[in-house]
Design a protein around this ligand. Structure first.
Ligand SMILES: [Zn+2]
Length: 352
């Protein structure tokens, strides 16, 4: 059999069976500090897909950064088929400042595919597309909820594409959401280039969440097994992953302090009480009720709300029983008691 060709990235050549930390030159900060986008590249001996796993396109979304760190240490990568590109931090600018955004206040995930002569975000996006995305055959993009909002672990993807759907199902998060493409997102850009991409959302910005990290790492490895990049394992139980075709936000109808009652992962019926909003300056009080039946996949965590603020993200399922079982099965497989969709977790509408 002919030897596999070397992999070229960021001006480096990586021979089959080797790994390297490569750095893309991004430029300098105005402090004269040199800035690099760093990727870990593992080029297996045998042919296979080129999987890109990237995190922190939103610089304050940290769970994916930890998933990448743990993924790099896996011994099984010594037997990798294909090539794995891990970019733990895409938006290094935001990461430095604990911020979702670029220094020019743009959302990098609205700057793709970018251009050579555009804004700072557009130039950076353009560099990432040319040097990294276009070298990949499959992508897993890791996100979390926004600040003060957390997400139940979930995959968002175009489930009407069979290859994307297969990746989403094999990832095995408790919920997968059919999500429309957003202009300027890496996901939209990958779709235009015919590169299947799934987006994983879990936890909250600027926080590590063990359950979100554990589920995400297992998900990436599951996808790699399904793509035959890693040897398969015999599974006792098939992964239960429920599909939601639509979802919506329940919003505050009153300003005030909010006591959240419903928890992440909880099943709700129409009319169930989700929260109570009260005014600290008057006896006025209002119950927030579920307007439709579903599972809570995202939640606000800050108890101060203005009228119109998003409180709960509720997914609609065709069969609610199935969704509930998949969330339950997840809790059991991970033996998780501490995270267990408790009061500290909820979801962002502006991520992804
Ligand atoms: Zn995000």
């Amino acid at each position: 059999m002919a030897k596999r060709a070397a992999f070229e990235i960021a001006g480096q050549t990586i021979e089959p069976g080797n790994r390297a930390t490569v750095a893309l030159d991004i430029g300098r900060l105005y402090t004269h500090t040199h800035l690099e986008l760093v990727a870990e590249v593992i080029h297996g001996r045998k042919d296979g897909p080129v999987l890109l796993v990237c995190a922190a396109i939103h610089g304050d979304e940290l769970n994916g950064v930890e998933i990448c760190r743990q993924l790099m240490k896996r011994q099984a990568l010594e037997r990798l088929r294909g090539t794995l590109i891990i970019v733990p931090v895409v938006n290094i600018f935001g990461f430095l400042h604990h911020s979702r955004y670029m220094p020019d206040r743009r959302d990098l995930n609205r700057c793709f595919p970018g251009s050579e002569r555009g804004s700072m975000g557009a130039r950076f996006a353009n560099c990432f597309v040319k040097e990294v995305l276009h070298k990949s055959s499959h992508v897993i993009d890791l996100h979390t909820g926004a600040v003060h909002r957390s997400n139940l672990p979930q995959v968002r993807a175009n489930l009407d594409d069979p290859v994307v759907r297969q990746m989403a199902e094999s990832f095995g998060a408790p919920v997968m959401l059919n999500a429309a493409l957003r202009d300027g997102s890496l996901r939209g850009c990958a779709d235009d280039a015919g590169i299947p991409l799934i987006l994983y959302e879990a936890g909250e910005a600027l926080r590590f969440n063990d359950y979100a990290i554990k589920t995400g790492l297992a998900g990436v490895i599951n996808v790699m097994r399904d793509l035959q990049m890693l040897p398969p394992v015999r599974r006792k139980n098939k992964i239960l992953c429920e599909e939601a075709r639509t979802s919506g936000w329940v919003r505050a109808e009153l300003d005030g302090t909010c006591r959240f009652i419903a928890q992440l992962g909880q099943r709700v019926k129409v009319g169930d009480q989700l929260a109570t909003i009260a005014s600290p300056f008057s006896p006025q009080e209002q119950s927030v009720l579920a307007p439709w039946a579903g599972i809570i996949i995202g939640r606000n965590n800050i108890p101060l709300v203005n009228e119109g603020d998003a409180l709960f993200h509720v997914a609609r399922f065709e069969t609610l029983g199935g969704a509930e079982r998949s969330v339950e099965a997840f809790r059991e497989t991970l033996g998780d008691t501490e995270y267990a969709f408790d009061q500290t977790e909820a979801l962002p509408e502006n991520s992804g």
